[in-house]
Design a protein around this ligand. Structure first.
Ligand code: C5P
Length: 230
């Protein structure tokens, strides 16, 4: 198991591409995120293969269904040996409690994280689905419900991390994408923070994709980021 705060997003469509990238990285120096595209195309085999290479895997499938279905999906993910998995907080307290109960209490159980509101959701989309108030207050409310329902933390933007850290204390895991090292392309990310800024703001783990995976030497890019945190 790594003690790295860096989770490299393996946003690939084939297991071969994902494993080729993983083989250029050191499992002691980063963890890996497998999301919906890679998992839907390559299935559990790619997760098992990455776990067998010594990587901690964040399975980012954002489960959202009735409590019993989510509980069984979370138990299945835990059986794959993943280090972290997530559910959608909009599934509600009963769903999150069922997820929490399904993964057990052993010290090596996966971390269970909630997605609050997708960052792609703007105020118009938020109101369209009947939600009221502000996006910021809703994120705080959903994170509170996640904490009360036994989740270990939430995915959030680094901009939200400060308030969430105050609301939840030091043991709540804040997993933040939208990270861009100094001098790297923003791509389609807006409102980015550097790795050092995000950790200073209260992030526990940094999800970083293209600044590492699209670099000519991904391991060198990872080491540069580690050095920026010293
Ligand atoms: O390449 P990049 O660093 O932008 O990748 C970020 C990763 O984090 C992608 O896998 C993306 O889907 C994910 N993500 C995100 N913003 C969110 C939630 C997840 O960028 N709000």
């Amino acid at each position: 198991m790594s003690d790295s705060k860096i989770i490299v997003a393996l946003d690939y469509s084939t297991a071969d591409a994902a494993i080729t990238m993983a083989s250029q990285l050191d499992p002691q120096r980063c963890r890996l995120k497998v999301g919906k595209e890679l998992f839907t195309r390559s299935g559990p085999a790619v997760v098992e293969s990455l776990v067998s290479r010594g990587f901690d895997i964040f399975l980012d499938l954002k489960y959202h269904d009735i409590p019993s279905t989510v509980a069984k999906a979370c138990a299945a993910a835990a059986d794959l040996g993943v280090w972290m998995l997530n559910v959608h907080t909009l599934g509600g307290g009963a769903m999150m409690r069922a997820a929490h109960e399904s993964i057990g209490n052993q010290s090596d159980r996966p971390l269970l994280i909630g997605v609050t509101l997708l960052t792609s959701m703007d105020q118009t989309a938020f109101e369209q689905i009947g939600l009221q108030g502000t996006i910021a207050d809703t994120v705080l409310r959903l994170a509170k419900l996640a904490d009360e329902s036994g989740l270990d933390g939430v995915v959030c933007s680094a901009q939200e991390a400060g308030k969430l850290r105050i609301q939840h204390g030091p043991d709540f895991q804040l997993v933040t994408p939208g990270i861009r090292p100094e001098n790297s392309e923003n791509g389609d990310q807006h409102r980015t923070m550097t790795p050092a800024e995000a950790l200073a703001a209260g992030s526990s783990f940094l999800v970083i994709g293209r600044p590492i995976t699209a670099a000519p030497d991904p391991m060198a890019a990872l080491v540069d980021i580690e050095n920026s945190l010293l």
